[in-house]
Design a protein around this ligand. Structure first.
Ligand code: ADP
Ligand code: ADP
Ligand code: ADP
Ligand code: MG
Ligand code: MG
Lengths: 293, 112, 112, 112
């Protein structure tokens, strides 16, 4: 499958594959991964969440919840997005990030759809779930930017989270539309110019839940590798927040290389229910995005 | 932030915990305790002889929550832990000065 | 209302409980704890070999009372739990915001 | 005076205790608890069959300290109890009204 559809599906399946590949080694160090798995190259399951091979976590599930809200009648409606996140929490998901839980709980309690600014909100929980918004506003960069930020602010309100959300959304939008990797490199260089904290060359080598570490890890392996598989294997073997760095790297690499670049064994092992919902969402999200232009 | 302690009947633990997760509460610390109250103890048979145990096993839940969640958590516990018979238990609410998440150093509401 | 916690020697539990019920206190929650303090641990014999246990078993009583009963409860516990030897324990008093009786929904002093 | 509660991983108890005694803290009360949080439970083998337990064993330290020692105690616990993995635990700080040493009747900071 080629073209926009192939790259859009590549981005969404890439995100899920990165999540399922990295989650079993989340919170582990590089050395621990090497000792236990050698070089991790497949979806092994297990980890601190005792996953089945191919099972995804909150990174993919929050994206799907956001996608469901966008597909409902009425299009992008922030309260509907917050409601979708609340419904997801009530379904007792396998994992929920701390800042995401606090923000969704706040919405459930008092109905507010915007988090107050907090110094601890520079986690990667808001950036990991942007893809459905990007696909639904593919031809409208302004809507893509404002909607990505608005959904992020339901749980995260911090300038570093905002900066990463904006940059990742625009990178993904342009990659799905067919721009090349070097062309989108300019967006990250602009981010580093505005916030030098995000500098990733030389790569500091940290892969925690801090959005700066996450973006540096993802940018380092995305721009430093030629194909989808090499990019993801590099990212997840870094450990740390490996499911989230894996998901974001999978989203970017999948958008750049298209769905056919995702290794068959990974696509086969991915939870089939998740893969099916992704394929359905991509069709409708792209249709939404097309009608806007 | 407040600390909520709920002393409940042991068989109610799962039901209360499930109801709390419906309102987004996941962090709970549980302690097995002995309760002495209006509900008296019971008689147990030990090696054929009857003797009176004057306490009853209870379970104490400790839940630290942001202020705006206190009344919802109290309602949820009350509704699910109640059987209507003596010994259902108590809910106690305490003021707090600080909360720290050991893993990250986060403080205040970000830590719970 | 205040919460009173008393950490006492385990063999004193019945005596303290009886003395408290004489001043009208019947609702108490008890937790088994380990104490580390000036009173050092002890050596125990386990399968013939001696080894040092650095803690001592203690019992913690948790009693919520109306403000006007605090000093009487403290005196009663002090008097009955004291042996005069190290490790007799401590009494801690805490402020409280609310008490709820789960069975009836009563709040405040009516709930204890 | 403040009460500090620290919920930590059981294998960290000795290390935390030793570190606290280096800053002059020797009076600690310890309670075994069950923790429910982001870190999920574990599987246990019972009579050959595997079953999932949804809680994790934790240990709760209760330490009453003078106000001027609070931040040092928090830092010491944070530093020694941290592994960097989910489930490291929490530190809670509470206001207190009174402390009594049962053996001598001493009150306030003299009692701890
Ligand atoms: N004043 C109190 N302080 C501390 N714990 C109490 C108090 N009163 C009751 N409890 C706890 O609550 C439990 C239930 O109380 P009980 O008096 O038996 O029933 P009810 O509240 O239904 O009248 C007791 O077993 C005890 O653990
Ligand atoms: N500062 C403290 N904070 C919390 N618990 C304490 C503190 N000091 C003592 N304890 C508890 O009280 C018990 C008795 O204390 P200890 O120091 O041995 O005796 P004494 O008070 O007679 O000098 C200890 O075993 C411990 O459980
Ligand atoms: N809000 C809370 N109230 C009371 N205890 C809590 C709360 N949150 C967590 N805990 C306790 O702290 C322990 C660790 O919390 P957990 O959420 O697993 O890890 P982390 O703080 O690293 O995200 C839990 O097992 C539980 O005992
Ligand atoms: Mg995850
Ligand atoms: Mg993660």
């Amino acid at each position: 499958m080629s073209g926009v559809r192939g790259r859009a599906l590549g981005a969404y399946l890439g995100l899920a594959v990165g999540d399922a590949l990295g989650a079993p080694v989340e919170f582990m160090t590089q050395a621990e991964i090497r000792e236990r798995h050698g070089l991790l190259r497949e979806m092994v399951g297990g980890g601190w969440l005792r996953l089945r091979p191919g099972q995804v976590t909150d990174d993919t599930e929050m994206s799907l919840a956001l996608g469901r809200a966008l597909l409902a009648p009425g299009g992008f409606e922030l309260r509907a997005v917050a409601e979708a996140f609340a419904a997801w929490i009530r379904s007792r998901p396998i994992d929920v990030g701390n800042t995401c839980r606090q923000g969704i709980r706040r919405f459930m309690m008092d109905g507010t759809i915007k988090a107050p600014p907090r110094e601890w909100h520079a986690g990667n929980g808001a950036a990991m779930r942007i893809l459905p918004v990007v696909l639904a506003s593919l031809h409208d960069p302004e809507a893509c930017r404002t909607r990505s930020l608005a959904q992020a602010r339901i749980t995260h309100n911090h300038p570093l989270s905002d900066a990463a959300v904006e940059t990742l959304a625009e990178m993904t939008r342009r990659l799905v539309l067919g721009e090349s990797k070097p062309a989108v490199r300019g967006l990250v260089d602009e981010l580093v110019r505005r916030s030098p904290l995000f500098r990733f060359d030389p790569y500091p080598g940290r892969a925690s839940g801090y959005i700066v570490d996450t973006l540096q890890t993802v940018a380092h392996f995305f721009f430093g590798s030629e194909d989808f598989e090499t990019c993801l294997v590099g990212v997840v073997n870094r450990g740390g927040d490996a499911d989230t760095t894996g998901a974001l790297a999978g989203m970017l690499a999948g958008a750049a290389c298209g769905v056919d670049a995702i290794p068959r064994t990974w696509r086969r092992t991915l939870d089939p229910k998740v893969a099916r919902e992704i394929e359905t969402q991509v069709e409708v999200l792209l249709a939404l995005g097309a009608s806007v232009s | 932030m407040k600390k909520i302690e709920a002393i409940i009947k042991p068989f109610k633990l799962d039901e209360v915990k499930d109801a709390l997760s419906e309102v987004g509460i996941q962090g709970i610390t549980v302690v097995e305790v002995k309760g002495f109250g209006r509900q008296k103890g019971h008689t147990e048979l030990y090696r054929g002889a009857e003797y009176v145990v004057d306490f009853l096993p209870k379970v104490k839940l400790e839940i630290v929550v942001p202020d705006n969640l206190v009344s919802q958590v109290i309602d949820t516990i009350e509704r699910t832990a109640r059987t209507g018979r003596i010994g259902d238990g108590k809910i106690f609410v305490y003021p707090m000065d600080e909360v720290v998440r050991i893993r990250t150093g986060e403080r205040g509401e970000a830590a719970i």
